[in-house]
Design a protein around this ligand. Structure first.
Ligand code: ZN
Ligand code: ZN
Length: 116
């Protein structure tokens, strides 16, 4: 593993670079054991070596298993900020005021019309 001098992160620090997919795969296993977060490796078209990138959820917000009063699945947001931002967008677009609350069942955040 070495620091790339071609490829940089958004903050300007060098990306960790692996010479082979095998080496990148080992790093993924290591990070998973140490920190418990999942990464994927990809072959970089700029430098020709391998980097890791965090394995994100498919979309920042996703369907939880929680149902609303109509029996439909609710949108869940992983952080208060994400839910709040979404509520602001909905307010701007539709003029509907929504409140963020933390859900004990899925341990994420939902939006509701009712203020608790
Ligand atoms: Zn690269
Ligand atoms: Zn929930």
């Amino acid at each position: 593993m070495f620091d790339s001098d071609i490829c940089k992160k958004k903050d300007g620090s060098p990306l960790k670079t692996y010479e082979s997919e095998y080496e990148a795969q080992e790093a993924i296993e290591y990070v998973k054991r140490q920190h418990g977060n999942e990464h994927v490796s990809y072959k970089c078209s700029r430098c020709g070596y391998w980097h890791l990138s965090p394995k994100e959820r498919q979309t920042p917000n996703h369907k939880s298993y929680c149902l609303d009063s109509n029996g439909r699945t609710k949108q869940a947001y992983p952080t208060y900020e994400a839910a709040k931002r979404r509520a602001e967008i909905i307010f701007d677009e539709k003029g509907i005021e929504l409140f963020v609350y933390h859900c004990d069942q899925c341990n994420e955040y939902h939006l509701t019309h009712n203020q608790y």
